[in-house]
Write a new protein. Structure first.
Length: 280
């Protein structure tokens, strides 16, 4: 009897594993199909100088315009794309589309100084990354790669370090995303010497209600200042957030208060009206 039960159990696991593999393969195929059909698009969210309120940059954010499920945000597919090893393909199309639009904005004299893209750990493990980047029309200081802190935890990864050094040599800025949530904060700053760090929304949200949280953000801004690293706050949702961050010396503000992520067309209109307002 015990043997029989064991066998059933084995078959149960086996079946479960089997259907898991099928599901995984289906998802991977679905993402690859979506990439082929150009269903992956890019939204743009503006970033503002805390003092002048001029647009100083824009973050490119991936969206999947899914034929059945509608416009999907990254939480619906980025994790699984990472697990299935297809996230680097998404990162690549985001960069290419962002560069295309960046070119257009500069022809329309929209005065957008920089575009930032999110880069997954997987893409930094790619041996051909630099070769591919060299082929792209990237002007010094106009493109920034946002990396999450956990990427730098693996100190022994020589390929990742090599890629990061060469990314910098290509004139692309390195930026630490979601700063303060990745368990490597201070060390990664000293090792990496990024151009900018981005304080995570989780730390920004509570600054209006807690003195301790405000102190924490203040300290991060001071560390950035003392190392010559620009500080961006993400998740700026209220006037109060913006006011406090400005007083604490934060350089750049990004959040729903100033602008939601928008498709390329909406972003162009947004930037044009800002420019017109500034000039009049
Ligand atoms: P992230 O890089 O930290 O991007 C900021 C996220 O916060 C965006 O979500 C943005 O829409 C949202 N956000 C901006 N301002 C506010 C605000 O004031 N309040 C609130 N509640 N949210 C705000 P989104 O576009 O859904 O992206 C989520 C995450 O997905 C990103 O976090 C990033 O880690 C990842 N991601 C996005 N695009 C890409 C990509 O092209 N490649 C990779 N590898 N990851 C990406
Ligand atoms: Mg980001
Ligand atoms: Mg972020
Ligand atoms: Mg975040």
């Amino acid at each position: 009897r015990a043997k029989g039960r064991g066998r059933n159990r084995y078959e149960f696991f086996n079946e479960e594993l089997q259907s898991e593999i099928v599901r995984t393969k289906q998802t991977a195929d679905e993402i690859l199909g979506g990439l082929e059909r150009n269903e992956f698009v890019v939204y743009y969210q503006p970033q503002f100088d805390a003092k002048t309120l001029e647009i100083v940059g824009v973050e490119a954010l991936s969206r999947w315009d899914h034929p059945q499920r509608g416009m999907l945000t990254p939480d619906a597919y980025i994790k699984v794309a990472e697990e299935l090893n297809v996230v680097a393909l998404i990162d690549r199309t985001v960069l290419e589309q962002a560069l295309d639009n960046f070119e257009r904005w500069s022809h329309s004299h929209l005065n957008i100084p920089r575009v930032s893209v999110n880069v997954s750990a997987r893409r930094l493990e790619d041996r051909d990354l630099i070769k591919g980047l060299r082929k792209l029309p990237i002007r010094q200081g106009t493109v920034s790669f946002e990396l999450v802190e956990s990427i730098f935890l693996d100190e022994n990864d020589e390929l990742v370090s090599w890629n990061i050094e060469h990314i910098k040599e290509l004139g692309i800025d390195i930026e630490i995303d979601d700063f303060g949530t990745g368990h490597a904060s201070i060390v990664s700053l000293l090792k990496l010497r990024p151009r900018r760090l981005k304080i995570d929304r989780q730390l920004v949200t509570p600054i209006t209600s807690s003195t301790a949280q405000r102190q924490l953000v203040s300290s991060i801004i001071d560390i950035g200042k003392s190392l010559g690293i620009e500080v961006i706050a993400e998740g700026v949702e209220t006037m109060e957030h913006a006011q406090i961050l400005k007083e604490l010396g934060c350089d750049i503000l990004q959040g729903f208060l100033f602008g939601y992520p928008m498709d390329a067309k909406a972003f162009k209109t947004f930037a044009q009206s800002r420019k017109w307002l500034a000039a009049s």
